[in-house]
Design a protein around this ligand. Structure first.
Ligand SMILES: Nc1ncnc2c1ncn2[C@@H]1O[C@H](COP(=O)(O)OP(=O)(O)OP(=O)(O)O)[C@@H](O)[C@H]1O
Length: 252
């Protein structure tokens, strides 16, 4: 659906790129999650894939006519304006009442049409954002930090919803997230970013990769424990299953 090759992006300072030599791809019906520390270039990668930022080098290829539903990281501008959920769902593209109601029902917030956006809880707002993204019948959903501000049960419920949406619509899903444990369970593939791709692969492979553990420290121990618990067999495949970027410097 999207393939990026050897991407380099620098926003302000050309000699200090935010992304260096990043390769990325996502295939139909895949759930791919990008993880990485604050400022590691996750949102920049997503925006580069969507064609929203200029590239210093490399290229991005998107399948012709690809329908993308995008939920950006920051939508507080819209949140601060007086606006009902119904009207919000019709921006930027007008949708009918039946479609709006179905999208809200699908994302677990039926009947909220008349509510002010500003009166929604964090969890309701994220579901309304997802409903709006689904209204375009996307082949690819791109969600940048979709669970920010949610509590742990809210996060788990949201990822469950994402998996249901994938199962029903066949849409591929690209997410940026900080919720390591939940993300690991919900993703087919994880890309660990720190200006370059530190490691990538299945959640099992990434959670055992030294580069991932070096980046996430104690939190990574939790995901590793999860996979040790669920996959109590030999992990010989790990060494061949991921690669390091040029600046990782961790041993296998
Ligand atoms: N439009 C911009 N102009 C200048 N610098 C920018 C711009 N957007 C991002 N940056 C810088 O690029 C770097 C990477 O930002 P980015 O938002 O891609 O990281 P991130 O991994 O998504 O971070 P976070 O986890 O904090 O959301 C940061 O140092 C940020 O300040």
């Amino acid at each position: 659906m999207i393939r990026a090759t050897d991407l380099t992006v620098s926003h302000a300072e050309p000699d200090r790129p935010v992304l260096s030599h990043v390769d990325f791809h996502i295939a139909p019906a895949e759930i791919v999650t990008v993880v990485g520390p604050n400022g590691s270039g996750k949102s920049t990668l997503v925006r580069a894939l969507l064609g929203h930022v200029a590239l210093d080098a490399g290229r991005v290829e998107r399948a012709p006519g690809l329908r993308i539903g995008y939920v950006p990281q920051r939508v507080h501008v819209e949140r601060s304006m007086p606006m009902t959920v119904r009207r919000f769902l019709s921006l930027p593209r007008r949708v009918g009442n039946a479609d709006a109601a179905a999208a809200l029902a699908r994302t677990g917030v039926p009947g909220l049409e008349g509510r002010q956006i500003t009166a929604l809880s964090g969890g309701q707002f994220q579901r309304v954002l997802l409903a709006r993204a689904l209204l375009g019948d996307p082949q690819l959903l791109v969600l940048d930090e979709p669970t920010q501000g949610l509590d742990q049960p809210g996060i788990v419920a949201f990822y469950k919803l994402i998996e249901e949406v994938r199962a029903e619509t066949g849409a591929a899903i690209l997410m940026v997230s900080h919720d390591l444990l939940v993300v690991m369970r919900a993703s087919d593939r994880v890309v660990c970013l720190n200006g370059h791709v530190c490691c990538e692969g299945t959640p099992q492979v990434v959670s055992a990769a030294p580069a991932y553990r070096a980046l996430f420290g104690a939190e990574a121990q939790g995901t590793l424990a999860l996979y040790r618990h669920h996959h109590d067999h030999d992990h010989d495949h790990v060494a061949q299953g991921h690669h390091h970027g040029p600046r990782c410097a961790q041993d296998h």
